[in-house]
Design a protein around this ligand. Structure first.
Ligand SMILES: [Zn+2]
Length: 460
C-alpha cells in the first residue's frame, strides 16, 4: 500500500550498532523499497510542516527547508498512540517506557494511501506491534520547535512591558461580557498571559452577585478551579487594627508576590474591589520578567546570581509555619533542549516578596561556600549587588503601572510575574467594621489550570 506518487519510505543501512536506528525518509522522488530485515534505518523527510503562529517566540527556523529527521526507535515506539498504547477514553498511556525492549526496531515500514506511516515494530522475545503515525505527528515528534509550539505557542505572545509599553496592550472587558461572551473571555485570558495582568469592569460593587455567588470566585471559576489557602477559598483585604498580615493595614505595602513560602505558590491572583472611599491606596504593578531581562542583557553575572542564590520565604505566625527557599529568577530547565535556535533562556517565574523574606538559610556563612564558586565578594555579596539592581529597576517610575481600584473592578494578574503593591491610604472617619472604606476580595488560581485554559483556547 505504498504511494510512490506522493512520497516513499527510503531505507538506509544503519551505521551505528545501537542507539538511534530509525530515520524515516518520506521524499517525493524515490520509489518505495520495503524493509526486509532489521538493522536498517529509515530516513524521513516530510514536506508537511505544522503551520506555526508568527507570534511564536521563535520563528526563525520555520523558514528552514525540510530535512532528514532521525528518531530513536524507542522514542518513536514509545510515542505510539494506538488504542492499545493509549486508552481512547481516558487518554492514559497503558505501558511504561521502561517496559520497552531496548532493541525494538522496525520490521516493516510503509506509507499508506492516506499519507500515514505504518511501522511494524519487532524485538527479540516480544510480540510485534503495529503503530501508525500521521505526517503531522511525525513532523511534531521530529521537530523540537514543533513540540515546543504544540505546548506553548498561545494565541497571543508574551509581551514584556513598562508603563509605556503596557498602554494599548492592557485588556479590559465588562463583567457581563466576560461571563457570557466567549471572545471577551478569551481576550481576558490571552491578555492576562501576554502582559501578566488584565481587568474586568462593571462587576457588582458587592461581595456577592445577585445569584448569591461570591463575585471574585465566580470570575475565577470560569478559568479554573480555585486554589484554597489558609486564607480560605477567597479572602478580604480590609484595613483592620489587629493586622496579622501587613496587607490588612493602611501603610504602604511594597511590591511583592503572594505565598512564595508555599512550594507551589498560586499562579493567578484576582482582586475584586467591593468598596473604596479611602484616600490614597493606589495599586502599583511592575513586570518582573522585564526587570530580569534588563539585568540579563546588562549584567550576565548579576543575572546568574539572581538565578542561583536561594532566598527563604516564610510565614511563621498564628499557628502556621510555612517556608520555602527559591532564587529570584527561575528558568525553564528544559527550554534550550527544544531547539538550539531558541532564545537562550525562558523565565518560568520570578520570586520577589520582601515582606515575607526570612533570614537567609543557604550560602551565607563562609564555611558553606564552595571555594570554586566564590567571587571577589562572595556569593552573598554578588547576590546583593544583583538584588539591588533588580529592585532599582522595579522601583523606577517608568517601569510601574499605577491604577486606583474603583468599586466593581477586578484585577487579574500572574502572581509569579507581575508584582503588586499598594500605596498608603487613609480611611474616612465614618468607616466602621460594617461599612469598610476599602474592601478588596481576593482569590487564587493554580498556574496549571490557567495554562490548561490557555492551551484549550489557543487550540493546542
Ligand atoms: Zn501502539
Amino acid at each position: 500500500m505504498l504511494s510512490s506518487r506522493r512520497a516513499v519510505v527510503r531505507l538506509t543501512r544503519r551505521t551505528a550498532s545501537e542507539g538511534i536506528a530509525l530515520v524515516p525518509r518520506i521524499s517525493t522522488h524515490r520509489p518505495a523499497q520495503p524493509s526486509r530485515r532489521h538493522g536498517y534505518s529509515t530516513t524521513c523527510t516530510t514536506e508537511h510542516r505544522r503551520p506555526i503562529n508568527p507570534a511564536a517566540i521563535v520563528d526563525a527556523v520555520t523558514a528552514a527547508s525540510p530535512k532528514d529527521i532521525r528518531y530513536d526507535n524507542v522514542f518513536l515506539r514509545d510515542a505510539c498512540s494506538c488504542n492499545l498504547c493509549v486508552n481512547p477514553s481516558s487518554k492514559q498511556k497503558s505501558f511504561s517506557t521502561a517496559q520497552l525492549p531496548a532493541d525494538v526496531h522496525p520490521k516493516m515500514t510503509s506509507l499508506l494511501d492516506n499519507g500515514d506511516v505504518m511501522i511494524k515494530w519487532t524485538a527479540s522475545g516480544y510480540p510485534d506491534h503495529v503503530s501508525t503515525y500521521t505526517p503531522q505527528q511525525l513532523q511534531r515528534l521530529g521537530d523540537p520547535l514543533a513540540r515546543y509550539n504544540a505546548r506553548w505557542n498561545f494565541a497571543k505572545p508574551q509581551l514584556l512591558w513598562n508603563a509605556e509599553a503596557l498602554e494599548g496592550n492592557l485588556v479590559s472587558r465588562s463583567y457581563d461580557k466576560y461571563l457570557s461572551d466567549d471572545d471577551a473571555f478569551k481576550d481576558v485570558v490571552m491578555g492576562l498571559y501576554s502582559v501578566g495582568i488584565a481587568f474586568v469592569t462593571d462587576a457588582p460593587a458587592a461581595e456577592r452577585d445577585t445569584d448569591g455567588q461570591i463575585v471574585v470566585e465566580k470570575l475565577a471559576k470560569k478559568i479554573g478551579y480555585i486554589k484554597e489557602t489558609f486564607y480560605g477559598t477567597s479572602w478580604d483585604v480590609i484595613a483592620l487594627p489587629d493586622a496579622k498580615n501587613i496587607a490588612y493595614t493602611s501603610v504602604n505595602l511594597p511590591l511583592h508576590m503572594d505565598l512564595l513560602y508555599y512550594e507551589s505558590p498560586p499562579g493567578i491572583q484576582l482582586l475584586h474591589c467591593v468598596s473604596n472611599t479611602a484616600d490614597g491606596g493606589e495599586s502599583v504593578y511592575a513586570d518582573s520578567f522585564r526587570a530580569a531581562k534588563i539585568i540579563h542583557d546588562r549584567d550576565p553575572a548579576a543575572f546568574k546570581a539572581l538565578c542561583t542564590f536561594p532566598i527563604t520565604f516564610h510565614y511563621d505566625n498564628d499557628g502556621h509555619h510555612y517556608m520555602h527557599s527559591r532564587p529570584v529568577i527561575e528558568l525553564d530547565p528544559f527550554y534550550r533542549q527544544y531547539h538550539p535556535s531558541m532564545p537562550e533562556y525562558k523565565i518560568r517565574c520570578v520570586n520577589y516578596s520582601p515582606p515575607f523574606q526570612a533570614p537567609f538559610d543557604h550560602h551565607v556563612t563562609q564555611s558553606e561556600i564552595e571555594p570554586s564558586t566564590l567571587t571577589e565578594h562572595g556569593e552573598f555579596r554578588e547576590f546583593l549587588r544583583a538584588y539591588k539592581m533588580f529592585e532599582e529597576i522595579l522601583y523606577t517610575r517608568a517601569e510601574q503601572f499605577e491604577d486606583k481600584f474603583m468599586p466593581g473592578v477586578i484585577a487579574l494578574f500572574m502572581n509569579r510575574r507581575v508584582l503588586h503593591s499598594r500605596r498608603e491610604f487613609k480611611l474616612g472617619s465614618s468607616d466602621t467594621a460594617q461599612e469598610y472604606g476599602r474592601w478588596l476580595k481576593g482569590t487564587y488560581l493554580d498556574i496549571d489550570s490557567f495554562y490548561s485554559k490557555l492551551r484549550v483556547l489557543s487550540g493546542l
